[in-house]
Structures are given as structure tokens and as C-alpha cells.
Ligand binder design. Structure first.
Ligand SMILES: [Cu+2]
Length: 737
């Protein structure tokens, strides 16, 4: 009824508009829940007209336009203690019905990056480059990538080790199958299937996973209910490894149903590092597909999805073996319920199943010439199966939100290896790298946000993890029982985590944030039950420790953020103290056991800034520094990236965007040589340029030249000093309809 009255009054106003100064009507709602917001202070101009919204969120201003010329723009300002202030600029003629969605004040613990966007905008810096998932991740301050080959880089956050960084897809836990970490979760989702990346640095957000380093949440693309039929196609080429790729997306929707399907194919030959010839055995090939269906009702939505990835013939010259085949399938179904009334705003229930299979071998290697396992071929196989349930309840009140998460999964993982001598008289041997391990893991999370005053917000999180694990294969049990002299191999874990943060607005555009966390991480199935795992970084064979305790971490972070009219500055300082840190300890000769050590710490700082130099030109800066120390061994922690600075100049001129980027990385001399064998890495600088041109509304061409000087270098986080690509010319052409 109120809405009808509103519309009627609006019609009257429009009719009268020609003779009298027009009145302005509008409605203000909560951007999260869509609920009406009463008592919002609406002011027009400096100290002039002010009114407040009524109980249904409606407001009207009578004399807004009477004090200025009609074509003048008028600023309308909305403020409410529990929500972010908002200003809009309207013109007299366009003074129409307004719908204002005010976002609530919540403390954000994440950084978001849009990876794939059909319509690239000025602010989608990463999308402009047309990058891969790996490159998009590396573009964020605080994210470093571990390189093992010309394929599947693995992200780590804030100087943490790869196993301390959790990677999830839409919150779903995926367990990789390769015992040599060749298949990080990020390698199983292509960019056309990524809506965005959510990066949670440190252990301050507990809702997605249990991690001491942080969490990367890969938010996948869902079907769109926009136009009846839409699509996207891209073809591209990269010169440095003769990499050819094609990506295709089709979206169909009818009334309340929508379908989306995607398929991509990539193939690369041997890649060339800077100034040198191609590195043999660095090729790869893969295809990826995603199929989704969605149905919406008035308050409900159903989603079904299948994501599949198949890669083969992937060369790893820095490791002992090459990946023959890597397969991944993820099936999921989700029900979303958004009640119209009541404090429960949204309930999401998701069921999922993932299967990962991995085959690797050294069939193409000359095993007679290597130092480790000479004259022996060792084909390996690994698999994981994960069944999971995610329940997410969001309660929202004007000044507070409460999110409850139930996160359960059941994991089964297995890996084995055959040892086949090149000499016919030597009998073949068999080894279980992971003897059929099961894990039940249940987590309950509560995340609470509250606005304390206009300047102050508070957030706190609680998480409780309960897990039990066991090894089921007889031979696997015997191997570990002999190594540890015990039959008691099962283990239970109970670990609470806690985090809290305060955000204080010191000035209208400047915020100060203090975060504290006490978090923990369960050991991985390889750290507890792995057997005879070769680590190419130090040449040792590792054995899992069934009695490992959870790794614990205490963290503090202080951040300052300034944001005003595209001028941005973010600086954060953090300290992470780890106890019961999990690492390898030498047992004898070339054998190590996983063990908890008392103490290690990492501290560091990150800076990111954006400075518009003119309406078309913008300067971006990113810098990061980490310092890690293993207190027990009194040596630096391994895989800590050195000081890094990036400068980017972005020029945007209608149909063309030009991006010039320089990256300066210092040398790293702080290396670990007791717990692992690292060497120092020299400093380097690289320069890239990216050109993006829009031929028409639907056709885009991108041309990139990376590592322009063709410099030969490797990152400190590169296994066995595997080099980065040399000068690379990338050309992509895409069209959408
Ligand atoms: Cu592998």
C-alpha cells in the first residue's frame, strides 16, 4: 500500500515539475539485506536542506533545487551510524525516484581481485592485463608464488610456507593428490571460471578455513540471469613457450532458470628463459570445463555445478619426475534461502564431492645419471576424495551481523610408488607413500560484527576444529609402526581459534585497523602419514609423524587505509609468532622426520598505493617485505621472499589502455641451511608493457610484452632455481555477445 502511495505521489510530482521546483523522493535500503533503513540523515548541499528517512526508508526533499540553477549538479549525502556514508550527484532534470543502497559498516579482512571481466573498467587493473589466475594472484601485495616448472605456481601469503596457506573454491576444501605439490588447487580452475579472488592474509578471518598463513578463496562464476543468450570467446598466443589457448563461455537463461557452460584448452611447448635457449621438458597441455545450472524462486535459489580439469604431459625438469596426467572433478549443489522477514537474512547449504587423481613418472629421464635413486624408475600415483558439507547462516540487524558456519568434510587420500630397476635381475619393489588415510574434520565458526559508534567498529571470530584421522592400509600401518615403534597411529585433534579486530575512522577518509588472532593449523596428511617422500629442495627423504601436534600462531596486525576519490594508500605491519612449528628434522644420513619445533616468527610490512595523476593517468605502487626466523635452529625460515617494489603507470584513453610496469626485487641472502638447503638469490628488475584496445563494444585486443629486456633470473621461491620466462609477447583477441 505504501508503495502505491509512493508511486502516486511520484507521478504527481513529475506532473508538477514544470511549474514548481521539483521535489525529490527516494527510498533507502540496506545493501546486504534489502531492508528499509529508517532514520538516515539526508542532506543536500552544505548545511542546507536536511531530512530523515521514515520507518519504511522513504524520504522526500521539497526545496532541494530551489536555490540553484536547474542544470547544476547537486550533491546528496546520506549518513547513518551503522552504515557507510554515501554521496550521490544528481541533476535537476534527472531528479526522479531514487533507490539508495547503503552498504553496512563491516570490517573487511579480505582483498578482492576481479580476474575475469567481460567489460574491463578503469579499476580492474589485473583484468586489463588479461592474466592467468597465477599472475592475478601475484599482483597483490603479500602474495608470493612458489615455482616448480612452467606450470601451476603455488601461492603463499605473508612469508608463510605453502602448506600454511589454504586454497578453497567457494569455501570448499580441496585436497591435492601429488606428494610433490605439483598440483595446487589454483591449477584446477581457469580464469574464465573465476568471478574473483578473495585473499585473507594471516589468520584473522576464521570463516573460510583453518590457516596460519592465510586463505585464498577462489569464487567461481555462476550462471547469469541477464540476457537470454550471451557468450564469450577468446584466442591467444604467447611467444616464450609457443603457448596457444582458447576460452569459450555460453550462458542461457529463460524465466527462472539459467545455464552456463565453459570450455578452455591450452597447450605449451618448451619455454625460453631470458637470453638463453629453451629449457627442455617444460611443456604442458590441459583442458578445463565448467557446467552450472541455477533456478531461482522468490526467496530460494538452487545451484548445481560441475568443474573439471585434465592436464597431461607436464615437464618438471627441476624435480625427479614429470606429471603424466592430472585429473580433477568437483561436483557441488547449493541451496540458498533468503527469508523476507526476521533476523535471519540468508541460509546457504552446500554439499560437494571432489576427486583428484595424479600420475607421475620418470620414464623420459636418464635414471642412470642421477644421484638419487640411480638406475631405478619410480612411477607414482596419488588420489584424494573429499565429501563436504558447508552450512552458512547470516543474521543481520541494523548495527550488527552474525555469521555462523558449519564446515565438515571427510577426506580419503592415497599415494603409492613402484621402484623398477633398469637391471632385469633386480626385483621390483613397492612403497606406499600415503597408506589410505582418512580424516573427519568438523569446524564450527561464529563471526560477529558490530558498529560501536560513528567512528568505531568491532569484529570478532571464534572457531573450533575437531578432527580425527587414521591410516587404513596394512602395509602403510606397518611402515609407520616400524619407523615410530608404535602401533598407535590414529590421532584426534581439538583446536580452538580466536580473532578480533577494531577499526577506527580517524578522519573522514582515513581508517586505522588493529587485528589480533590466535589461530592453529592441523598437520597435513603428508606431514602425519607420508612415507619416504623425496624433497628436491634439500635432497632428503621425509617421513610423516603420526604424533604431530597442531601448529599454533599468534598474530597482530596494524593497518592504515586512506581512500579518497581514487586516491588510495594502504600500509600494514604484522607480526606472526608460530609455536609447534612443523618442519623436517634430520633423523640420520638422508632421512628426515616431520616434527614440531618450539618457536619461529615472521614479521613484515606491505604497502599499496594508487595516485591519479590526471583523469587518464594513474600511478600504482606495491611494496612488501618479510623477515622470517626459526628460533630453535637460529636461522632464517626458508622460502621468504626479499624486499619487492612494483611501479605501474596506467594510461586510459577511451578505446585504448596502456600499462607500463616495473618490478624491482632485492637479493635474498637470509637463507635456511640447517632445516633445508637454500642458496642466496641475486636481485633483479623486470619491465612489462600491456596494451588493450577496444575495436568495438564487443571486440577486444590485448598485446603484452613481458620481461622486455629478456633478463635471465629466478625468484627466491623457485624450487632448484628454476628460471622465470624470458621476453614474452602475448596476443589475445576476444569477443562477447
Ligand atoms: Cu606429481
Amino acid at each position: 500500500m505504501r508503495y502505491i502511495l509512493f508511486c502516486l505521489s511520484l507521478c504527481c510530482t513529475t506532473a508538477l515539475a514544470t511549474s514548481e521546483p521539483p521535489r525529490l523522493f527516494g527510498r533507502i535500503v540496506d545493501a546486504t539485506t534489502g531492508e528499509a533503513l529508517p532514520d538516515v540523515i539526508v542532506s543536500a548541499g552544505a548545511g542546507s536542506t536536511t531530512c530523515t528517512s521514515d520507518s519504511a526508508g522513504y524520504f522526500s526533499i521539497d526545496s532541494l533545487l530551489s536555490d540553484g540553477p536547474l542544470d547544476n549538479e547537486h550533491a546528496l549525502h546520506f549518513s547513518l551510524i551503522s552504515h557507510q556514508s554515501h554521496t550521490i550527484h544528481i541533476k535537476a532534470e534527472s531528479a526522479d525516484t531514487l533507490l539508495i543502497r547503503l552498504p553496512r559498516k563491516v570490517i573487511e579482512m579480505k582483498e578482492e581481485v576481479v580476474v575475469y571481466s567481460e567489460r574491463t573498467s578503469y579499476h580492474h587493473r589485473v583484468a586489463t592485463k588479461s592474466t592467468s589466475t597465477d599472475e592475478a594472484l601475484h599482483g597483490i601485495a603479500g602474495v608470493e608464488m612458489v615455482r616448480r616448472a612452467n606450470f601451476a605456481l603455488e601461492p603463499t601469503l605473508r612469508g608463510a610456507q605453502p602448506q600454511q596457506t589454504s586454497i578453497v573454491i567457494d569455501g570448499m576444501k580441496i585436497f591435492t593428490a601429488c606428494v610433490d605439490r605439483m598440483d595446487p588447487v589454483t591449477s584446477y580452475i581457469e580464469k574464465e571460471n573465476l568471478q574473483k579472488l578473495e585473499i585473507f592474509k594471516g589468520g584473522f578471518d576464521l570463516s573460510k578455513s583453518q590457516a596460519v598463513g592465510g586463505t585464498v578463496n577462489l569464487i567461481s562464476k555462476k550462471p547469469s540471469f541477464g540476457r537470454p543468450l550471451s557468450g564469450y570467446a577468446e584466442v591467444g598466443y604467447e611467444s616464450t613457450s609457443n603457448h596457444r589457448f582458447s576460452r569459450n563461455v555460453l550462458n542461457y537463461t529463460r524465466t527462472n532458470m539459467a545455464l552456463r557452460t565453459s570450455f578452455s584448452y591450452r597447450q605449451a611447448g618448451d619455454f625460453k628463459p631470458g637470453g638463453r635457449g629453451a629449457v627442455a621438458n617444460t611443456q604442458y597441455a590441459k583442458y578445463n570445463f565448467k557446467l552450472d545450472a541455477a533456478k531461482i524462486g522468490k526467496t530460494q535459489r538452487f545451484d548445481f555445478g560441475l568443474l573439471g580439469d585434465n592436464a597431461w604431459d607436464i615437464g618438471y625438469p627441476a624435480l625427479l619426475m614429470d606429471a603424466r596426467k592430472a585429473q580433477f572433478y568437483l561436483y557441488s549443489g547449493e541451496h540458498t534461502w533468503t527469508p523476507i522477514r526476521g533476523p535471519l537474512h540468508q541460509a546457504k547449504t552446500r554439499l560437494y564431492f571432489s576427486r583428484v587423481d595424479h600420475w607421475m613418472d620418470d620414464a623420459d629421464r636418464d635414471v642412470g645419471r642421477r644421484e638419487v635413486m640411480r638406475d631405478m624408475h619410480m612411477p607414482m600415483f596419488g588420489k584424494t576424495r573429499t565429501w563436504g558439507l558447508l552450512e552458512n547462516l547470516l543474521f543481520a540487524r541494523p548495527e550488527q551481523t552474525l555469521e555462523l558456519v558449519l564446515d565438515f568434510y571427510y577426506l580419503r587420500s592415497f599415494a603409492d610408488m613402484r621402484m623398477l630397476s633398469v637391471f632385469p635381475d633386480v626385483l621390483p619393489m613397492y612403497l606406499l607413500s600415503l597408506g589410505d588415510v582418512s580424516r573427519h574434520h568438523f569446524a564450527g565458526v561464529a563471526d560477529y560484527n558490530r558498529v560501536l559508534s560513528t567512528e568505531l567498529q568491532w569484529k570478532t571470530g571464534l572457531r573450533l576444529d575437531l578432527a580425527s584421522q587414521a591410516i587404513h592400509d596394512d602395509m602403510g600401518q606397518r611402515q609407520l609402526a616400524a619407523a615410530w615403534d608404535t602401533r598407535q597411529l590414529d590421532n584426534q585433534y581439538l583446536s580452538p581459534s580466536f580473532s578480533t579486530a577494531l577499526e577506527y575512522t580517524i578522519r573522514p577518509h582515513t581508517r586505522l585497523k588493529l587485528s589480533l588472532a590466535h589461530s592453529s593449523r592441523l598437520p597435513t596428511q603428508l606431514e602425519t602419514y607420508g612415507f619416504f617422500l623425496f624433497n628436491p629442495a634439500d635432497g632428503y627423504f621425509y617421513t610423516g609423524n603420526p604424533k604431530l601436534k597442531s601448529e599454533r600462531s599468534r598474530q597482530i596486525e596494524l593497518g592504515v587505509a586512506y581512500d579518497r576519490q581514487h586516491r588510495r594508500l594502504n600500509v600494514s605491519f604484522y607480526y606472526n609468532q608460530l609455536s609447534d612449528y612443523i618442519t623436517g628434522i634430520t633423523r640420520e644420513a638422508i632421512f628426515k622426520n616431520y616434527a614440531n619445533i618450539a618457536r619461529a616468527y615472521i614479521y613484515g610490512a606491505e604497502l599499496s598505493a594508487a595516485l591519479p595523476l590526471s583523469t587518464k593517468l594513474r600511478l600504482d605502487l606495491i611494496a612488501s617485505y618479510y623477515h622470517g626466523h626459526n628460533s630453535d635452529f637460529d636461522e632464517p625460515l626458508p622460502l621468504i621472499a626479499p624486499l619487492e617494489n612494483r611501479v605501474e603507470l596506467n594510461y586510459n584513453a577511451g578505446r585504448y589502455d596502456l600499462l607500463l610496469a616495473a618490478r624491482f626485487v632485492s637479493g635474498q641472502t637470509r637463507v635456511a641451511n640447517k632445516t633445508t638447503l637454500e642458496d642466496a638469490t641475486p636481485s633483479f628488475a623486470t619491465y612489462d608493457s600491456h596494451l588493450h584496445s577496444r575495436f568495438s563494444k564487443n571486440i577486444n585486443l590485448r598485446l603484452s610484452i613481458e620481461n622486455i629486456t629478456d633478463h635471465y633470473y629466478h625468484e627466491h621461491l623457485s624450487v632448484a632455481n628454476f628460471p622465470n620466462p624470458g621476453r614474452n609477447i602475448r596476443l589475445t583477441l576476444n569477443s562477447s555477445f
